[in-house]
Design a protein around this ligand. Structure first.
Ligand SMILES: [Cu+2]
Length: 155
């Protein structure tokens, strides 16, 4: 699914969920579980950013269930567009990043988004995110479930 499509869904979700979304993302860093999903996020953080600039988001996704979990999108609502990237090493030894449509997390497995590896690129921030702030991150799974978490802003 394209990022544009995802943005459309995001806006529709905002309209439908309204205050629920605001409440769900106001947890101050506490994980926000999805009912019955077994999906959990720890250590979500976003690099500081100024309006119009790009930033990156990182987290650890844990699959506490006996089923595999397929992550198909991550959105940072404080920015215009987000995409999942992986970092790959080319034959010349250079590092390059490329977009990833989906990540599968094995039963009871873990998926890391961390500097130098998988990351979420968030382009064109709408607001300033300064160290000490928090901001929301939305994870979307192949079965349509969403997980809303709160990320801390720090360098
Ligand atoms: Cu990237």
């Amino acid at each position: 699914m394209s990022s544009k499509h995802f943005r459309f869904i995001r806006r529709a979700a905002f309209a439908a969920l309204g205050m629920w979304f605001v409440a769900g993302c106001a947890g101050g860093g506490a994980p926000a579980p999805v009912a019955g999903s077994g999906a959990r996020v720890e250590n979500a953080w976003v690099r500081p950013v100024e309006p119009g600039q790009g930033t990156a988001a990182y987290f650890t996704l844990l699959n506490d269930s006996a089923d595999s979990l397929v992550l198909v999108g991550v959105n940072v609502p404080a920015a215009e567009m987000s995409m999942m990237h992986e970092t790959v090493k080319e034959s010349a030894g250079l590092m390059r990043m490329q977009e990833v449509e989906r990540f599968a997390v094995a039963p009871h497995g873990t998926l890391e988004f961390s500097p130098g590896g998988n990351h979420v690129m968030a382009m064109q921030a709408f607001v300033t995110l300064a160290e000490g702030d928090t901001t929301g991150i939305e994870l979307r799974f192949a079965d349509g479930r969403m997980l809303h978490v709160t990320a801390n802003v720090h360098p």
